[in-house]
Design a binder for this molecule. Sequence first.
Ligand SMILES: Nc1nc2c(c(=O)[nH]1)N[C@H]1C(S)=C(S)[C@@H](COP(=O)(O)OP(=O)(O)OC[C@H]3O[C@@H](n4cnc5c(=O)[nH]c(N)nc54)[C@H](O)[C@@H]3O)O[C@H]1N2
Ligand SMILES: Nc1nc2c(c(=O)[nH]1)N[C@H]1C(S)=C(S)[C@@H](COP(=O)(O)OP(=O)(O)OC[C@H]3O[C@@H](n4cnc5c(=O)[nH]c(N)nc54)[C@H](O)[C@@H]3O)O[C@H]1N2
Ligand code: SF4
Ligand SMILES: [Mo]
Length: 701
Amino acid sequence: MTNELSNLRTAYRTCNLCEAMCGLEIKLEGNKIVSIRGDELDPFSKGHICPKATALEDIYNDPNRLKFPVRRTSSGWQQISWDEAFDTVISSLKAIQAKYGQNAVGVYQGNPSVHNSGTVLTSSGFFKVLGSSNKFSATSADQLPHHFAAWQMLGHPLLIPIPDIDRTNFMLILGANPLASNGSLMTAAGVRRRLEGIKKRGGKIVLVDPRRTETAAISSEHHFVRPGTDVFLLLAMLEVIFSENLVKLGRLSEFTDGLEVLREAVRGFTPERVSARTGLSADTIRGLARDFAKAPTAVAYGRIGLSTQAFGGSSQWLVSALNIVTGNFDRAGGAMLTTPAIDLIRAKTQENIFNRSQSRVRGLPEFDGEYPVAAMAAEMLTPGEGQVKAFITNSGNPVLSTPNGGQLERALKDLEFFVAIDIYINETTCHANIILPPATGLETAHYDLIFHHLAVSNHAKYSEATLPKIEGAKYDWEIFEELRNRLTLEPGGTLKNPRDPAEKLELGLQTGTYKLSLEKLRENPHGLDLGALEVRLPERLLTPNKRLELAPELLIADLTRARVELEQASPELVLIGRRELRSNNSWMHNAERLVRGKNRCTLMIHPSDAAQKGILEGSRVRVNSRVGCIELPAEITENIMPGVVSIPHGFGHARAGVKLEVASKNAGVSINDLTDEHLIDDLTGNAAFCGVSVSLQALST
Ligand SMILES: Nc1nc2c(c(=O)[nH]1)N[C@H]1C(S)=C(S)[C@@H](COP(=O)(O)OP(=O)(O)OC[C@H]3O[C@@H](n4cnc5c(=O)[nH]c(N)nc54)[C@H](O)[C@@H]3O)O[C@H]1N2
Ligand SMILES: Nc1nc2c(c(=O)[nH]1)N[C@H]1C(S)=C(S)[C@@H](COP(=O)(O)OP(=O)(O)OC[C@H]3O[C@@H](n4cnc5c(=O)[nH]c(N)nc54)[C@H](O)[C@@H]3O)O[C@H]1N2
Ligand code: SF4
Ligand SMILES: [Mo]
């Protein structure tokens, strides 16, 4: 829309910083941003935005953001041409693979790679022709347990059940803080309004979290839980539901297997038995199970605090089991499946996608073509055939985001070659030989391929590029296409032009359920409302026998481990993480308006623990774990469970080589210099950030 007189125009797009998919209304004068507001006419987000939306402008204007390729030299970073950059990258990768084998190139993909449709549609093409099995991503520091449980129970890793937040009467939230994160594996722009809606309907929100969070403040009930013990709480809730005959499968019984196996498996995990270990009284657990089972509709939802645990896979399985046995699955107000306009879930039964190979050094299982990120540094540091000698990162900052990041940092220094596809010189990419920076954010066209699969209602929206990329810059998809084309170029052959991923979007839309097209989406710049989530089972199931599996063998077997663990004593003091509304993992601390105010990188500690250790408010504390130690100020608060301390992740910008001027001034320290790469979910290989055993030392200065 252009207003000829003032040269003012309005653009609409979806914010792709987090999962919430908020619609933005952006006023521009030429290429100057005048304002960024919530788009009231977006049928999904209805005007909601968070403070990060305005930071899209800061990223666009950030002087530290790279626009052209750079090469690290002994005298600093040097700008080079795209041609030279691509030549160096391809010849280096080829030489290393020729010398040491295909697997000598490791790959790590980070979080923004799934928030960018250009990357989603092209990066796998390049990594496929690269042919290395040493692939890693943020998935195994995050939601791998959700994929694992979805694959085991429903037959596909992307068939993740989504809480029908807008119609439920009872929402049990474990290990999520949607008021800070804006919702995750539950794309729900305006999540506060949606949660408050539950209470307005006369329903209830119950939160289980070792910290009394922002979400606790709007919940009907909050219960502290000892970090890493939710698996026992969930088992005990199921035990109560079985022993008190509260099971009601309803129509699910027609296509659900494993009820009796599950009943047997949870036997013995009584509320009395798990109470001491979880920190919840037996009466509370029993009451919770009854309330959940008896609510007109209910949904249990567990997110990263539940996934990044030693029993992440089992916990996500039991969350779905709880929904299923109470009949709250695939029905309004329960956990439901989406019907996205572009459907990435291939309509065929999934073959085995787990443990087809193991990581070379630690023998950790592959899942869907990737090894757990907790195994990544060892692959670089351990000599021998198959050692990772070269590395590619795409939209990731694993030095700050993976367990024992300090070890990875040391490993990066010894690589023969490292190329980062990224927009900043940060804690990870500062070790790269070459950085290839894409034009991103407001400069890209976007369709939320992944998050429409995870949203609380069906919806489709295409965002045009709001601002032009600067001359000579390249989009992510152009970079990946060029890398692929050059890697596969025969001697004497001519280089193909990169294919615009919009072609694939068009095909996906036209062949999808709603028979849409890009043209139709362009005519609806606020997005198309495709309705509430619908009943999808049994038709959507992709298990080999097309039935819903309540008691998958691998998960039932994992309970043997749980029985052993239940006998163990809790560590005296454990560490958990936290998120904060104005940051986004490790990479948005360079926007002045988001980091303003008091230091957020503090150690939250309960007054009783602080008194015992002689720690005063604001005083410096040294925190030690098996892998490292960091120092930061204490924030004494009743909002954290005794015996638990919390540090946010994504800080630690004071490392040598980092070129983030604003972030370096509010550097903080990295929790992942304490988290342990050996603390994982033994079943899935996912990192277990929750419940790292630590000790504290009060410092005098
Ligand atoms: N202790 C602890 N550790 C955690 C977590 C935790 O809760 N506690 N959370 C985990 C979770 S959930 C996640 S998802 C991971 C995140 O881990 P990562 O994905 O490794 O880290 P990010 O901080 O998201 O880094 C994103 C990178 O992408 C770059 N970038 C931004 N936009 C683009 C783009 O459009 N294109 C390209 N090419 N690059 C871009 C940024 O500059 C930055 O370097 O961290 C995990 N680590
Ligand atoms: N503002 C902001 N938004 C974000 C991000 C961000 O960094 N900042 N990151 C994005 C990403 S990549 C993701 S994956 C999502 C994550 O989305 P959420 O899962 O909602 O993220 P968190 O706020 O980390 O909430 C996790 C909660 O788990 C609790 N917890 C820790 N250990 C345990 C435990 O053992 N048991 C239980 N029951 N709870 C526990 C923590 O105290 C915390 O409150 O957020 C996304 N949105
Ligand atoms: S909640 Fe997420 S999608 Fe919405 S404006 Fe904030 S960062 Fe963007
Ligand atoms: Mo994440």
